[in-house]
Design a protein around this ligand. Structure first.
Ligand code: NAD
Ligand code: UGA
Length: 367
């Protein structure tokens, strides 16, 4: 069928010993960037995404258009569709899976808890079931999250720090993912590498994230809410630029062990690995806002809320020594530089309507 032809074409590598990677969540923020980077270096890439409407699906379609210009095909389907996943693995001998599809976002878990269970737990298990039965068994790299550190107060966070105090259901499902991964590694010898991303931002980013809607609201002259910690300190995040995260994902894929098809009791079984992929320099949210004000040449209307947002953690801060040691991960983009690139993209993608409206009012123009 035409569909099968597209699937094969997209997933066939063009370089010698290239990978054949199934990228789940390929129409998403991180997934679209990783798919392009893999394709550009000659790997075969097939995307999977359900194009859900957690945020504006037209942005996902625009990313899909961009990918299709680079011959990356995205199959529209859900992680929980077992027969579809089995069919994909029947058609393509994937060497790797880069699993980025998930219900993301910390606060939305209070509105729709079931979507987190469905995508991040049931969907992940479904993917692992299919991968375990596949021949060859792929090596799997998947997105965990800095949120697993929860209320841990070690600073910075290292992979061995406690992860038993999640502050949101989202964090709890990401933590569950790490434990589920351990069992599939242990029993079935699947090679599994978990990446704990730290508040990733950049062009083609997620409209539900603060840096993104702060930009929108500042440009539209709307007020923005800035939350504090319980003890009235500023909340800080280890904001990490997308290109750094992409390099980390590719590094993790490149150094992933092969799945062995036999469990942890056997000699030489693949290991379960978990890495922080952060920026190593936390920035208070107030500083994020002032950088944006500078880049947009507009003062923000700040509304300070003297308590934490439900589900938020007071700070995140990555120690990335392990990722550096194992695959040379080294973040190189500071927040100002990264935000400049984001704002440039934002304005070219959405235009700068709101600002020009304000300016045109000042000059008496209409429209
Ligand atoms: P995103 O929402 O832009 O991308 C996820 C994609 O997965 C979306 O396009 C969505 O349509 C798709 N998807 C969701 N559920 C699905 C399902 N059941 N079946 C098929 N497709 C499904 O999010 P992102 O920011 O690109 O995040 C990628 C991964 O990284 C996620 O696992 C997320 O939890 C994790 N993460 C992201 C950040 C961040 O700051 N962006 C930080 C830590 C962890
Ligand atoms: C982000 C992603 O949204 C999660 O999907 C991801 O798992 C997580 O990073 C992670 O690192 O694991 P978060 O850091 O909460 O979560 O990102 P935002 O929602 O963009 O919030 C960033 C900061 O802005 C937080 O400190 C939050 O308190 C603050 N914020 C957010 C405000 O002050 N006001 C708002 O209206 C929204």
């Amino acid at each position: 069928a035409a569909w099968e032809k597209q699937v094969r074409l997209s997933s066939t590598p063009r370089r010698t010993n290239g990978f054949s990677v199934l990228v789940t969540g390929a129409a998403g923020f991180v997934g679209s960037h990783c798919s392009l980077a893999l394709k550009k270096r000659g790997d075969g890439v097939l995307g999977l995404d359900n194009f859900n409407n957690y945020y504006d699906p037209s942005l996902k379609r625009a990313r899909q258009n961009l990918l299709s210009k680079h011959q990356v095909f995205i199959v529209e389907g859900d992680l929980n569709d077992g027969p579809l996943l089995t069919k994909l693995f029947d058609v393509v001998p994937f060497t790797h899976v880069l699993h980025l599809a998930a219900q993301a976002g910390v606060r939305y878990a209070m509105q729709n808890p079931q979507s987190y269970i469905s995508s991040n737990i049931a969907g992940f298990v479904n993917l692992l079931e299919v991968a375990k039965a596949a021949n060859p068994q792929p090596s799997i790299v998947w997105a965990s999250s800095s949120s697993v550190y929860g209320l841990n107060t070690e600073n910075p966070f290292s992979e061995r720090d406690r992860t038993d105090q999640p502050a949101s259901l989202y964090a709890a499902t990401k933590k569950a993912g790490e434990e589920i991964a351990h069992t599939y590694n242990h029993i079935y010898g699947l090679s599994l590498t978990g990446l704990r991303f730290f508040t990733v931002y950049g062009p083609w980013g997620r409209p539900d994230m603060a840096y993104f809607f702060f930009t929108k609201d500042i440009l539209q002259g709307k007020s923005i809410d800035i939350y504090k910690t319980h003890d009235q300190k500023e909340v800080a995040r280890d904001f990490t630029y997308i290109d750094d995260v992409v390099k980390g994902c590719l590094g993790a894929l490149d150094t992933a062990e092969k799945s062995t098809g036999s469990g942890g009791k056997k000699k030489g079984a693949a290991q379960l690995r978990v890495y922080n992929l952060g920026n190593t320099s936390p920035v208070p949210v107030g500083r994020l806002v002032s950088i944006l004000e500078g880049l947009l040449s507009t003062k923000a209307k700040k509304h300070v809320i003297t308590m934490p947002r439900n589900g938020d953690v007071p700070f995140t801060h990555a120690n990335v020594t392990l990722a550096f040691k194992d695959f040379g991960y080294k973040p190189t983009t500071d927040l100002s530089t990264g935000l400049r690139k984001f704002v440039k993209w934002y304005i070219s993608y959405y235009g700068i309507q709101s600002k020009t409206r304000k300016e045109s009012q000042a000059t008496g123009e209409s429209g």
